[in-house]
Write a protein that binds this ligand. Sequence first.
Ligand code: SF4
Ligand code: SF4
Length: 247
Amino acid sequence: MTAKKFVCSNCGNCCKKFVSENSRTFEGAFFGAEKKFVMNQRFMTLYDWEAEALKKKLAEIGSNRKIVPTSMNFDLKNDQAIILNYSFDKGECPFHETDRCTIYPDRPWICRQFPCLHKTASMLTGETDKILIVNNRLCPVEEKDWPFVESGKGLFTILEQRYGQAFYFNIASKMLARKKSELIEKLEKEGRIRLAKRGYDTEKLLLRIEHSRKVNLSEFYKEETGIDMLKSFDLIGVLDNLRKKYG
Ligand code: SF4
Ligand code: SF4
């Protein structure tokens, strides 16, 4: 099957009405619960290093918009909040100006993936042969062309043909998420951290978070491993392997 190349119509929905795939409950932001819309806030996921860079850009344009943490792990043993992601505080992206992105060369990864936000992680783990490609309902072009269900074989080529670079960024972000999970799992096994799990008293946790050390995930990763998280994976190698397996 040859995939139809995705061509953006520049409607601007993804900059004005962004909805996270991972909209979570307030509780879920701490414990990783999924798919509940209690936070009642649309947000776009920003990595910590992006948040720092975008804060500077907001200051440059004199904007009073805020960038706030949206997801964290809390380490009860060392009293530290490990911040995983950030987002803008509310509303549309402050860098969107009539039909254009004012920071296009420096836009965050989430924008570079759009609208390729599909659940391709299973390709990396080989968990499934059939993958449901869920179109992003914000995007009128996607709405028209998708969704479809495709078998594992051929999927890589289809997604690469349709999304090009956006697909690579999607894989890269899945790899980063995996890196983080592996590190957290290792540290927990070694008893060096103890994460708050679901069921822990949320009010109590919020109080502890307020007075705790806050550390960004990438800094935490570097502290624990001495390695720069971003530079610690071989994207080209992974893409080559996926191409061999699913191309
Ligand atoms: S950074 Fe640019 S591409 Fe991303 S949401 Fe904002 S305006 Fe759109
Ligand atoms: S929603 Fe889709 S068509 Fe509209 S600007 Fe974003 S990517 Fe392009």
